[in-house]
Design a protein around this ligand. Structure first.
Ligand SMILES: Nc1ncnc2c1ncn2[C@@H]1O[C@H](COP(=O)(O)OP(=O)(O)OP(=O)(O)O)[C@@H](O)[C@H]1O
Length: 512
């Protein structure tokens, strides 16, 4: 999806509407459009996304010499970037279609962010820097999260309330959001499409759909980034929202601390008063019974008051071990989505975007080279990029493939050393509990043939061996058999989340 604002086409100028298309008619067109959309869209979607919009401003745009071709442009102003993304991607075409039909001519939709609105969460977070009584915790606080606001039923004092910052009360939770992690700098792709869409939705309308939202996937795939993005987007939209991000281990240590001090009321006050709880890596709750009980209480209290909960984990809810089923079944009760390892094109896009953020241009062929060789996850991709950029900077050389190869020499040699076809055959055989000998045998039952195909696929993906060489190593098979396996597993991987996860685990294992 291309989220960049669309510039006006060349040679096209914007001019006021003709007199016969008055402001009233413009408002009327929008009004009638809304009525039509209200009838077509599910009520909750209409009420969440369309109804709150200020009426679109309608102008006429046409080529200078093109009397017949003038189109109408409906310009909508939304409060922030994530609403812009969402409205454009989810409703843009629909709105254009409805307005064009009603106007009897083409209507193009433009969506912009209201100038000066809270589009940049970093700016907002800084604006809400509130002094606390504890000098060591001078960190950004959302207004309303100052002293006393955590008590259930207590009205949240605003940041500007006289004396609220000066009164001596225990420090309240800060949102602990990393303001660098936003939707704007999260590269979208097939691998995170569902999770990103759901997260955008929650950020726009917390407490409504997809509650709780459970996001799972392997390490370094952007789960933490995504949930911070939700927090930052909501904060930009509603600076007084009470948001808390924390790692599951921080929750555990809070429980332990309050257990020792016998201050469970404080714990309750802290968590139960939130509007949005973002909790990372809930698999860490395994075996911690008291923590699970407290989390269960917080969970129930938050859902009851329609606060939103987003969790991440390395596995799906039913896959969690040593966590009470009472909890895992609740984790699964909203929406569970996976983030998958990014495919090649997405890895390339991430590299280029991250290089751009460092004010460097990464040539596309270099990005492909790095992306082909670093597949495990985005964190490793970032590491590789850092190495290449640092190498170029220190050696005063341009970034090209030779330089990238040199900069990543260690990483590439480790990969080449570790991953051989035999290693792949053994790892895959272990994983699917078949004999290694079956990798070379002529046996054809699916329980054997499929792991064999998976091993062939990984051999092609992870080694430099050619198809005939791989065929040879799999009991003298023809290269077309290998090609068939590579295509089949590669194709299925795109559609089958479970297979994709298994392949991801195998790849991680093989890379050590
Ligand atoms: N789609 C993406 N676009 C841009 N950056 C990304 C993307 N996905 C991940 N990243 C970056 O990769 C790094 C690792 O991501 P993150 O910490 O969110 O992963 P994670 O899934 O939470 O991993 P873990 O389970 O190890 O905590 C971060 O710096 C993040 O910004």
């Amino acid at each position: 999806m291309d989220n960049r604002p669309r510039p006006a086409p060349a040679g096209v100028e914007s001019r006021p509407l003709p007199e016969n298309f008055s402001t009233t008619m413009s408002a009327d067109l929008w009004q009638r459009g809304c009525e039509r959309l209200a009838a077509e869209l599910p009520e909750i979607q209409y009420n969440t996304w369309i109804r709150p919009l200020a009426p679109a401003e309608i102008t006429e745009v046409g080529g200078k010499d093109d009397a017949a071709g003038a189109t109408l442009v409906a310009t909508l102003q939304v409060p922030n970037r994530f609403k812009l993304d969402w409205i454009r991607s989810q409703y843009g075409a629909r709105i254009e279609h409805v307005l064009s039909e009603l106007a009897g001519r083409a209507v193009r939709l433009e969506v912009g962010v209201v100038p000066g609105a809270g589009a940049d969460p970093r700016r907002l977070a800084t604006r809400h820097l509130v002094a606390t009584t504890d000098a060591t915790t001078r960190v950004p606080l959302p207004p309303g999260a100052v002293a006393g606001a955590g008590l259930p039923g207590a009205a949240a004092p605003r940041a500007g309330d006289a004396g609220s910052a000066a009164r001596a009360r225990p420090p309240e939770p800060t949102h602990r959001l990393n303001t660098q992690w936003t939707f704007e700098n999260l590269v979208p792709g097939r691998a995170n499409q569902m999770a990103r869409t759901a997260a955008l939705h929650v950020a726009g309308a917390p407490g409504q759909m997809y509650n709780p939202l459970f996001i799972y996937g392997g390490v370094g795939l952007g789960k933490t980034h995504l949930i911070h993005a939700v927090g930052n987007a909501l904060l930009a939209d509603r600076p007084d929202a009470r948001i808390l991000y924390l790692h599951a281990e921080q929750f555990i240590s809070d429980v332990v601390k309050n257990y020792q001090r016998k201050t469970f009321d404080e714990l309750k006050a802290k968590y139960h008063s939130l509007d949005l709880l973002l909790i990372d890596d809930v698999q860490f709750f395994a075996g911690k019974e008291r923590t699970q009980e407290e989390f269960f209480n917080a969970f129930e209290a938050l859902l009851a008051k329609r606060a939103h909960i987003i969790m991440t984990s390395d596995t799906y809810p039913k896959g969690l071990v040593d966590i009470d089923e009472r909890l895992t079944s609740r984790f699964d009760a909203g929406l569970t989505v996976a983030i998958e390892p990014p495919e090649l094109e997405m890895r390339v896009a991430i590299l280029m975007r991250k290089a751009e953020a460092e004010a460097t241009v990464m040539p596309e062929d270099v990005a492909f080279f790095v992306a082909k060789n670093v597949r495990a996850n985005v964190r490793e991709l970032e590491g590789a990029l850092r190495k290449v950029l640092a190498y170029a900077r220190f050696s005063h050389k341009d970034i090209n493939i030779a330089l990238a190869r040199e900069a990543l020499k260690d990483l590439l040699s480790i990969q080449n050393r570790q991953i051989g076809v035999e290693n792949i055959q053994k790892t895959v055989a272990d994983f699917y509990k078949i004999k290694v000998a079956d990798m070379y045998s002529k046996k054809r039952p699916a329980s054997i043939a499929r792991p064999r195909q998976i091993a062939m696929y990984l051999a092609k993906e992870m080694t430099q061996k050619s198809l005939p060489e791989i065929g040879e190593l799999f009991g003298g098979r023809d290269h077309t058999t290998v090609l068939h396996a590579v295509r089949k597993i590669g194709g299925e991987r795109q559609k089958n989340t479970e297979l994709n996860q298994q392949l991801h685990v195998l790849e991680q294992t093989l890379k050590g």
